[in-house]
Design a protein around this ligand. Structure first.
Ligand code: AP5
Length: 231
């Protein structure tokens, strides 16, 4: 019997590039879970857990949480049943160390990444995107006061929850997050280019148009080399 197709994706890009927005749309289309390390870390902080207290200062200041802590969280999540048929990594890996650890962990499970997709957006656009972002406290849907406003101000279209601004979406913290991205995460584009799984997508334009480009990449993987999406 042919092996079951598996789609293991990395969505990369600077803060505010649209990783979370696109990942949620991919979840609906492909039925595989979004694994956002940022969401997992914020949930740990909100729960008041020991992990949450260890990571809080990094997340609120826009620095990177130490690799070992993030890896624990990520690998635990990847071992859950809903990841068996694929997953979308949103915000992981962010350092070469994380990428190497991910590669080793997948190899040990006889798995591999299907593709890394980087959403490319210039820094100048990102500040406006992030300062205008509002997140639903109940269902985590993301809106923008100008680019994708909710029908009713401050209220989530999908579940009626309250829309709030993230603590790290201030101009000062955004500027630090961008510095960290350029110094530590952007080099992963070359890392995955060397491994021949990197795809760049222009992240300026309408959300649906960008989604179409990402889906075209995924469909080309299926068409050109089904082994790449097969465990
Ligand atoms: P994380 O939560 O991952 O934040 P991030 O990478 O900074 O990314 P964002 O969530 O801010 O942006 P996004 O690309 O998802 O954009 P979105 O779709 O929301 O990480 C937060 C922190 O956690 C880190 O700083 C770090 O401390 C820690 N952390 C997480 N992972 C870690 C790791 N692996 N290692 C160590 N530390 C880690 O869109 C942004 C806005 O723009 C929205 O309002 C949206 O509506 C709008 N928008 C989206 N697309 C468009 C478009 N095409 N045009 C106009 N507006 C758009």
């Amino acid at each position: 019997m042919a092996p079951k197709p598996v789609l293991n994706l990395i969505l990369m890009g600077p803060p505010g590039a649209g990783k979370g927005t696109q990942a949620k749309m991919l979840v609906e289309k492909y039925g595989i879970p979004q694994i956002s390390t940022g969401d997992l870390l914020r949930a740990a902080i909100a729960s008041g857990s020991e992990l949450g207290s260890k990571v809080q200062s990094y997340v609120t200041s826009g620095g990177l949480v130490p690799d070992a802590l993030v890896l624990d969280v990520l690998l635990q999540r990847l071992s859950e049943k809903d990841c068996q048929n694929g997953f979308i990594l949103d915000g992981f890996p962010r350092t070469v160390g994380q990428a190497e650890a991910l590669g080793q962990a997948l190899e040990a499970r006889k798995m591999r990444m299907s593709a890394a997709i980087a959403i490319v957006v210039a820094d100048a656009e990102l500040l406006e995107r992030l300062t205008g972002r509002r997140i639903c406290q109940s269902c985590a849907s993301s809106f923008h006061i100008k680019f994708s406003p909710p029908r009713q101000e401050g209220i989530c279209d999908r579940c009626g929850g309250a829309l709030l601004q993230r603590k790290d979406d201030t101009a000062e913290v955004i500027s630090h997050r961008l510095e960290v991205y350029h110094a530590q995460t952007k080099p992963l584009i070359a890392y995955y280019q060397e491994r021949k799984i990197m795809h760049l997508v222009d992240g300026i334009g309408q959300i649906d148009v960008i989604f179409g480009k990402i889906c075209a990449i995924i469909e080309s993987l299926r068409g050109l080399d089904s082994a790449q999406i097969t465990r």
